[in-house]
Design a protein around this ligand. Structure first.
Ligand code: ATP
Ligand code: MG
Length: 224
């Protein structure tokens, strides 16, 4: 029997922080209340007022993995995370609904005073620090810019300030973190929001249970 067998409640995987916070109102519109907060509880499995639905709290980058292996039937993940995940692990996931939550954009940023556009024009080779190596590689390849990618897992803003990289590829929403670190955005790559993802086998085996939840998310999703 798989860990998410038929007798188990439906399991929704999501990360705490902005995705959890912006998912709560969507769940409420579907009549689902989460009975504990991941910020105050140390529990990683959170019950809801619906005995047939529970939440699991995992790292944002781990959400597609839990859903792909069927340990969660359904999940919520940023397009940034999904795009990187799909490079190594294509298939196994449906992406039925763009929830339009946790919106931001993927962009290129540099330290104030670094003339990015001239460096690109001159054909300089650039060092780029990022968590998003697939998106960054494809972006610069499409522009014909040669880059050396340096994979980081956080605090990307630091890299140009201490000489680790010429530029970063990172998510920006208000731009406050960039400004606080004297960085400037020089190129927009793509808009980002979070999507509902569903395990394909679960869709076959438990579609009757999953479809109403997917429909409820779809109705509740934020309009453009
Ligand atoms: P961790 O903080 O655990 O290292 P993380 O930084 O990937 O992981 P979050 O910062 O909570 O986790 O980001 C989760 C998701 O929220 C991202 O994958 C992205 O889709 C979205 N997100 C990230 N930064 C922003 C932002 N500035 N504005 C809006 N949404 C964002
Ligand atoms: Mg973070």
């Amino acid at each position: 029997m798989s860990p998410a067998g038929l007798n188990q409640p439906l399991t929704l995987a999501l990360s705490k922080g902005r995705i959890f916070d912006e998912t709560l109102p969507l769940l409420e519109e579907a009549g689902i209340k989460v009975l504990e907060s991941p910020e105050t509880s140390r529990k990683l499995i959170l019950p809801t007022n619906n005995p047939d639905l529970r939440l699991i709290i995992v790292r944002a980058t781990d959400v597609p993995t839990y859903v792909q292996y069927g340990a969660a039937h359904i999940g919520i993940a940023g397009k940034d995370v999904l795009y990187e995940h799909m490079e190594q692990h294509p298939g196994g996931l449906y992406q039925p609904v763009d929830l339009n939550i946790a919106r931001c954009r993927l962009c290129v940023a540099v330290a104030e005073g670094f003339d990015y556009h001239s460096a690109v024009k001159q054909g300089s080779r650039l060092r780029i620090a990022t968590k998003y190596t697939r998106a960054a590689r494809e972006h610069f390849a499409s522009k014909g810019v040669y880059v050396d990618l340096i994979k980081l897992y956080g605090s990307m803003e630091l890299a140009p300030l201490v000489g680790l990289a010429d530029a970063i590829v990172d998510l920006v929403s208000s731009g406050g973190t960039l400004r606080a670190n004297k960085l400037v955005e020089v190129e927009d790559i793509t808009p980002i929001s979070s999507r509902l993802i569903v395990n394909q086998a679960a869709m076959k085996n438990r579609g009757a249970q999953l479809q109403p939840l997917i429909d409820a998310f779809s109705r509740a999703s934020v309009d453009e």
